[in-house]
Design a protein around this ligand. Structure first.
Ligand SMILES: [Fe+2]
Length: 468
C-alpha cells in the first residue's frame, strides 16, 4: 500500500472570521459500496458561523478540482455548531489524492488519502469498543496508524457512553484525528484513512433527543454506503417535533440507511450489520438482500461485521446470542470470517457450522434471554498454520479496543470458558485473551488471508492463515 502522505497544517482558530474549528476535516468512505464508482466525503465542524468553505483536491498536488461544502446547523442543546460535508465524486481508484479545505482562498487544513484499491489484496485494522477517552485508546489509535492500513473497521461501540456529539468531541476525535502521532496522544488517522463502522449499543444510547439533544451522532459524523435495506425495527429517534426535524435535516438519508451496508476494497467484500436488540435479524427483506449480496460478490474473501457476538465464551454478555440465527446464511454464502465486538476481550473460534433450533413456524428460535440453541459442528483440524483450509466460518471477538476488559482471569484458561447446556455451548473457542487490550490486522492476497491480533505495544498475540 502506498502510505497516505501525512502533511497536515491546521489553523484551528480562523481568526479573521471569529470561527473555531471544533472538529478538523477528516475523510469518510461516502456512499460508494462497489468498485464501479469511488468517492470520498470530507467532514468537519465549526462552532457557530456558517462560512463558504471550499475543498480543493487532486492527484499529484495539482488541486485541480474543487467541491463546495454543504453547511448544516447542528444544535447541541446549549450551543449552535455547523457541520460541513463536501463530496468528492468520481475519483480514480488506486490513486493518492491531496486535499485542502479553504476559506476565502486560504487553506485551513490539508491532508491526503488513497482511494480504494482494485488490486487483489487488502490491508486493514479492526477493533471495537474503543472511544472511551483513555490512555489505552491513544495507544490503539497509534498502533492502527503505524500499521498503515488502507482503512479501519470498528466493530461497534465507537464512542462512550451514549453516542453523543459531546462524547465524540471528548472521547473520539482527539485520539483518532489529532495532529501529532504518539502512543500517548493517538494519531491523525481519520484525515487520511477512512473508517467503516458497525453500530453498537452505546452508539445509539441517546435516541431520546429531548433528554440528549446531541444524541445519535453516528448519523451525523459518518458517511458510509447506504446499499442495504434498513431493518423494519430500527433505533427510533424521539423528541420534540422541532428536534426530530433538525435531526433528520442533518442526518439526511444516513438515518437509518447507514446501519446496514456492504462494500468492496481490493479483494475483500465486507458486510456491516446493525445487531442491536431492537432489530430482528431474521427479517425477510434483509435476509434476501444479505444472501444475494454475499453470493453475488465476486470478491475472493468475504467478511461480516456486527457488534453483538453470537459465539462468545466469556461470562459477560453470554446471553446476547441472537446473531447466531444468521450462521446458516453465512455458511452457504461463502463467508470466511465474522468480526464482532461488545465483549471487551479477544476471542477466536474454530471454523464452525451452526444449525439453530427452529420454532414450529420454521424460524430460528431466540429465547427471551437472547439465547439460541442449536447444533454445532467444529472443524478442529484447522490450525491456521499448517492446516489452513477451514470447513466453516471463523468467528472473532475483537472488542478489546479501549473500554474496560471483561473476564480478565479467563486468558488462556479454557476450563473457565465452559457454559451449559451442550445445545447452547460447546468448546468452540480456541483462543481467549482478556487481560490485555488488543486490535486486529487483516491482510489478504490472491490465495491467502492472514489474521493477526496484537496488543497495544505491537506484540503479536495470535495469528491464523486461511487459504483457498
Ligand atoms: Fe456493546
Amino acid at each position: 500500500m502506498k502510505i497516505p502522505l501525512l502533511f497536515f497544517s491546521l489553523i484551528s482558530c480562523i481568526a479573521c472570521l471569529s470561527q473555531q474549528l471544533i472538529v478538523s476535516p477528516y475523510i469518510q468512505p461516502g456512499n460508494a459500496p462497489t468498485l464501479n464508482r469511488e468517492e470520498k466525503v470530507i467532514i468537519w465542524q465549526t462552532d457557530s458561523i456558517p462560512a463558504s468553505f471550499i475543498v480543493e483536491y487532486g492527484s499529484s498536488r495539482l488541486y485541480n478540482k474543487s467541491a463546495l461544502a454543504k453547511a448544516t446547523p447542528l444544535y447541541l442543546g446549549t450551543s449552535q455548531t455547523i457541520l460541513y460535508r463536501a463530496i468528492l465524486p468520481d475519483l480514480s481508484f488506486n490513486e493518492e489524492y491531496q486535499y485542502r479545505v479553504t476559506i476565502n482562498g486560504k487553506p485551513v487544513a490539508e491532508a491526503s488519502f488513497a482511494t480504494r484499491s482494485t488490486k487483489p489484496s487488502s490491508r486493514f485494522v479492526v477493533f471495537g469498543d474503543c472511544g472511551i477517552g483513555t490512555a489505552v485508546e491513544a495507544r490503539i489509535a497509534y498502533q492502527a496508524y503505524i500499521q498503515k492500513p488502507q482503512f479501519v473497521l470498528i466493530t461497534g461501540d465507537n464512542v462512550y457512553s451514549r453516542g453523543r456529539v459531546s462524547e465524540y468531541l471528548k472521547n473520539y476525535f482527539p485520539y483518532f484525528n489529532g495532529t501529532g502521532s504518539s502512543p500517548q496522544t493517538g494519531a491523525p488517522l481519520m484525515r487520511s484513512v477512512p473508517f467503516y463502522l458497525a453500530v453498537g449499543n452505546h452508539d445509539v444510547g441517546a435516541a431520546d433527543l429531548a433528554t440528549y439533544p446531541d444524541g445519535l451522532a453516528f448519523f451525523y459524523y459518518f458517511d458510509l454506503p447506504r446499499n442495504a435495506p434498513a431493518f423494519k425495527r430500527i433505533v427510533t429517534a424521539k423528541g420534540r417535533p422541532a428536534q426530530l426535524d433538525s435531526f433528520k435535516k442533518v442526518a439526511e438519508d444516513r438515518y437509518p440507511n447507514m446501519a446496514n451496508y456492504s462494500f468492496d476494497h481490493g479483494n475483500v467484500h465486507i458486510v456491516c450489520i446493525d445487531s442491536n436488540p431492537y432489530v430482528h435479524p431474521f427479517e425477510n427483506d434483509f435476509l434476501t438482500w444479505l444472501e444475494n449480496d454475499l453470493k453475488n460478490s465476486k470478491a475472493k474473501w468475504k467478511i461480516v461485521a456486527f457488534h453483538h457476538p453470537g459465539f462468545n465464551s466469556s461470562k459477560v454478555h453470554y446471553d446476547n446470542q441472537w446473531m447466531r440465527v444468521l450462521s446458516p446464511v453465512f455458511e452457504r454464502s461463502g463467508v470466511d470470517l465474522v468480526l464482532n465486538g461488545h465483549v471487551h476481550n479477544y476471542q477466536r473460534s474454530y471454523p464452525l457450522k451452526f444449525l439453530p433450533k427452529l420454532t414450529n413456524a420454521g424460524n430460528p428460535l431466540i429465547d427471551s434471554t437472547g439465547r439460541v440453541d442449536g447444533k454445532f459442528i467444529l472443524d478442529k483440524n484447522f490450525d491456521g498454520k499448517r492446516k489452513t483450509r477451514p470447513d466453516g466460518v471463523v468467528y472473532i471477538v475483537t472488542g478489546a479496543g479501549g473500554a474496560g476488559l471483561y473476564d480478565t482471569a479467563f486468558s488462556n484458561k479454557p476450563r473457565l470458558w465452559a457454559h451449559e447446556p451442550e445445545a447452547n455451548w460447546v468448546p468452540f473457542t480456541v483462543k481467549l485473551i482478556s487481560d490485555v487490550y488488543s486490535y486486529s490486522l487483516i491482510e489478504t492476497s490472491r490465495a491467502q488471508f492472514t489474521f493477526q491480533q496484537f496488543d497495544v505495544e505491537g506484540k503479536l498475540l495470535d495469528q491464523i492463515r486461511i487459504k483457498k
